[in-house]
Design a protein around this ligand. Structure first.
Ligand code: LAN
Length: 674
């Protein structure tokens, strides 16, 4: 994450082009574009799964696989030859020339992931003498040794006995026993952080750790520059390598850690026992309501370890370890651990919308009917029991990012699911339509998730102040403490509510109208002076601006308004000479536009979709963009794999395998049909 400019993402000064230059690009004729769009849609339909969904490789974050391998090591689970061969291939494919592994597959070196990756490779049987391992060790030594790994790395190393508990800042289970009204209660955290720190608190509370063995002693020698037993780990609790320090520890966090350390030293046994029981109750609840899949890969791993340390032969461990396998994925570059159990609902909702935007629904009836079944079968139709006690919002009517088995609804997944359902349900007489009352529940759920600022967060309503970010102990991730309102989530919710106006009247309709007004106000407040919107869940300004503009338009803002015009102008200013747009992921970490070294089909699709609806569909810029998408298409109708384009928490890239398939179809559709 430092020396960020030394990859292919060099800033290309003065790449923005003027309108005059755009005009020089000869447009491709409409027939050719329509044929490309159809071919793209045919390819998309050809990769639909039997269940009716689309889904794909969701790798990219490089801290997941080492934790999985470490979990197998801790728990003594055998990996098959095929599995471990795939893991090794993935690590070495992603490894940088200097030996390091980044926080994500395209990142420069990060201590957290390099150290855990090194340990994992040794556990997978890779020889210490392998030149790639030697380079890794050299990188680790040169960058300050494992003492600088970010806190999640140190935590996992501690479980593996590669690091002692006294070197960790405290993670007290007692915090879970405090009253909820405290503004820093863990129940107020963004659910992903909450669900990670929950099992961490348990494991910390019982000081879970495997005994050292020969391999562990060897790895220790390789990742530190002194004899393990002579290192003063407690002095290095706040040591963070330059490479891992995206969010430095605040003074407040350091102070609180001192207080908590004092509490840890003097903790009351009875209170610890009671708090551990509370924490375990929350862990078991999460396992039960998600079929042991858990909200994400990290808590899925940590919950499995909690069960292992409680009862290595018990049902809970067996079930949670089995569910962990759902996260594994054989990709083109090796076997990895995905960032979610699947991308199914999200990919399906977008694929459907792309086909409709292309105006091809008539010829795709069977495909869309199957997609409908998937969408219907994966709506969440019940709330989790006792939701408030477990800090859960209601779920009924919602859609998750993946599937019903996972079951955590998300604001924008609900919105996109609803939109896709409406498109199909309105055009075909589907065999088994979703009950109107469940559609009502979807809309009510979306309404109930609107924040006071008018925007929508991801899974829940906002529960804490921005100041809580001062206590972010992860170093490598930004914005993990609070579920803030986001432009993307807000825009999706607005779009769904706008669609819902057609089917609901009366009191609900009034609520929708009010929500749309407030939503538009929020989106306007997020526009930057240059007209752009910053994206949080993909790279970056092309993504955010697409959502910003579509959200405003669906909320009733005129295409002639200054907001929409400025957004369009921002995009045109950043178009490349080849008609495309290309944004580096550094746009997300640096929070300003950074050019990619080449135009990207996905960025270009978002920009084109935005321009057309912003009333600039007849511009030379739009024509050039469509031409770019056309030229990039492959013979089979697919588009080539480009840089990773998904993001979370500012720093971590994640792969959306199907973005390059449905967004170009969608963009060409919007372009040709408007
Ligand atoms: C996701 C995946 C889906 C994604 C969208 C729905 C696309 C987005 O619009 C809202 C945010 C959300 C739900 C999202 C948030 C962050 C997630 C959960 C992920 C990118 C998948 C993995 C990531 C998770 C945080 C990874 C574990 C790491 C931590 C820092 C806890």
């Amino acid at each position: 994450m430092s020396d960020m400019l030394d990859r292919g993402d060099v800033q290309m000064q003065g790449q923005g082009m003027s309108a005059v230059q755009v005009e020089q690009i000869t447009g491709s004729d409409r027939k050719e574009l329509a044929a490309a769009m159809k071919k793209g849609a045919d390819f998309l339909a050809s990769i639909q799964e039997e269940s009716g969904c689309w889904k794909g490789d969701y790798g990219g974050p490089m801290f997941l696989l080492p934790m999985y391998v470490g979990t197998c090591y801790i728990t003594g689970q055998e990996m098959s030859g095929r599995e471990s061969e795939g893991f090794v291939r993935y690590f070495f494919n992603v490894q940088n020339g200097d030996g390091s592994i980044g926080l994500h597959a395209e990142d420069t070196g990060c201590m957290f992931t390099t150290v855990l990756g090194y340990a994992a490779l040794r556990m997978l049987g890779v020889n210490r003498g392998d030149p790639k391992m030697k380079r890794m060790r050299e990188w680790i030594a040169f960058n300050g040794t494992a003492l600088g790994a970010a806190s999640w790395g140190k935590f996992f190393m501690t479980l593996l006995n590669l690091h002692p508990y006294e070197g960790l800042n405290p993670l007290l289970p007692e915090l879970w026993s405090l009253p909820y009204w405290l503004p820093f209660h863990p129940g107020r955290l963004w659910c992903h952080a909450r669900q990670v720190y929950l099992p961490m608190a348990y494991l910390y509370g019982i000081k879970a750790q495997i005994p050292e063995d020969k391999l562990i002693r060897e790895i220790r020698r390789d990742i530190y520059d002194a004899d393990y037993n002579t290192i003063d780990f407690s002095k290095n609790r706040n040591t963070v390598a330059r490479t891992d320090n995206y969010v430095p520890y605040s003074m407040l966090l350091k102070l609180i850690n001192r207080v908590l350390m004092f509490c840890e030293k003097h903790h009351v046994k009875k209170f610890r026992k009671r708090s551990l029981a509370t924490v375990l109750d929350h862990i078991l609840f999460e396992d039960r309501v998600t079929n042991y899949i858990d909200i994400g890969p990290v808590n899925s791993i940590l919950n499995s370890l909690v069960h292992y340390f409680i009862d290595a032969t018990g049902e809970d461990f067996r079930k949670s370890f089995t569910a962990l396998k759902l996260y594994l994925c054989e990709g083109h570059d090796g076997t990895k651990m995905n960032g979610y159990n699947s991308t199914a609902l999200w990919d399906t909702a977008f694929s459907v919308q792309a086909i409709f935007a292309a105006g091809l629904q008539a010829g795709y009836e069977q495909c869309l009917n199957k997609a409908y079944d998937f969408i219907r079968n994966n709506q969440v139709i019940e709330d989790v029991p006792d939701n408030e006690r477990y800090y859960r919002h209601t779920s009924r009517g919602g859609w998750p990012f993946s599937d019903r088995d996972h079951g955590w609804p998300i604001s924008d997944c609900t919105a996109e699911g609803y939109k896709a359902e409406r498109l199909i349900g309105d055009s075909f007489s589907v065999k088994d339509p979703i009950d109107r009352y469940l559609r009502y529940e979807s809309v009510s759920l979306i309404l109930s998730l609107q924040n006071r600022d008018g925007g929508w967060a991801t899974y829940e309503k906002r529960r804490a102040g921005t100041w809580l970010e001062l206590l972010n102990p992860s170093s490598v991730f930004g914005g993990i403490m609070v579920d803030y309102s986001y432009v993307e989530c807000s825009s999706s919710c607005i779009q769904a509510l706008a669609a819902a106006k057609a089917e609901f009247s009366g009191a609900l309709r009034k609520k929708i109208d009010r929500a749309l007004k407030r939503g538009a106000r929020f989106i306007k407040s997020m526009q930057r002076p240059d007209g752009s919107f910053e994206g949080s869940w993909a790279v970056c300004f092309t993504y955010g601006t697409w959502f910003g503009v579509w959200g405003l338009l669906d909320a009733g803002v005129s295409p002639d308004s200054p907001e929409i015009r400025k957004a369009g102008e921002f995009l045109i200013e950043h178009q490349n000479e080849d008609g495309g747009w290309g944004e580096s992921y550094l746009s997300c970490t640096e929070r300003r536009w950074v050019y990619h070294s080449s135009s990207q089909v996905v960025n270009t699709s978002w920009a084109l979709m935005t321009l057309v609806r912003a009333g600039m569909g007849k511009s030379a810029a739009a024509e050039a963009a469509a031409g770019f998408i056309l030229r990039r298409q492959m013979e089979n109708g697919d588009w080539p794999r480009e840089s990773l384009v998904g993001v979370f928490n500012k720093t971590a890239l994640i792969n959306y395998e199907n973005y390059r398939r449905y967004f170009p179809v969608w963009a060409l559709g919007i372009y040709l049909n408007n």
